[in-house]
Design a protein around this ligand. Structure first.
Ligand code: S3P
Length: 184
């Protein structure tokens, strides 16, 4: 089991597009590592007492991004947590800076076809509820965001087997912890 207390970084952040499996992987990692799990969208819903869809519908995306910034920056000051970040949060410079300061970041990379399939019946993603094709929207978002996602400390493909992905992440975090234990 990796020990974040022994390394310099304080949290593990999971990043990636909608449907890349951030919450599932984050929850499992939290079980295996005994670290607390946070999902930024869940926290936004708890704080506002509204669903992400309702926030977008009633107040618009710009308002959502403001709350997202606040919640992410708050969560990123915590210690020793696994944090699954909403797919668009990485576009925000302050959030990127906060991740770099105190987190080990992991990007879950998934092929657009697979994302499209996974999100086919999802009604919880306001950016995909519009009339145009989901794949095109996802492709545009990917093109805008990949330069940020690809700066993650670790990039892992999450197209197939979840168990293998978890093993890869755990191995990586363990070796990262070992490499950094003496650098404190
Ligand atoms: C968004 C991703 C969603 C949610 C909101 C906007 C985005 O989170 O924050 O619908 O801009 O990619 P997930 O990535 O957890 O689906």
């Amino acid at each position: 089991m990796f020990n974040l207390i022994e390394i310099k970084k304080k949290n593990v952040c999971i990043m990636g597009l909608m449907g890349s499996g951030k919450s599932i992987i984050g929850k499992d990692l939290s079980k295996y590592s005994n670290l607390k799990f946070y999902d930024t969208d869940k926290e936004i819903e708890l704080k506002t007492k509204k669903s992400i869809n309702e926030i977008f519908e009633e107040y618009g995306e710009a308002y959502f991004r403001k709350i997202e910034e606040k919640i992410c920056l708050e969560l990123l000051t915590k210690n020793n947590c696994i944090i699954s970040l909403g797919g668009g949060s990485i576009v925000n410079k302050k959030i990127r800076k906060a991740i770099n300061i105190n987190s080990y970041s992991i990007y879950l990379q998934v092929k657009l076809n697979n994302l499209e399939n996974r999100l086919k019946s999802s009604k919880k993603r306001p950016l995909l509820n519009k009339n145009f094709a989901k794949k095109e929207t996802l492709e545009n978002l990917y093109n805008q965001r990949r330069k940020f996602y690809e700066k993650a400390d670790f990039i892992v493909n999450n197209d197939n087997d979840k168990i293998q992905v978890l093993e890869k992440i755990m191995l990586k975090l363990n070796s990262y912890a070992k490499e950094n234990i003496h650098k404190k």
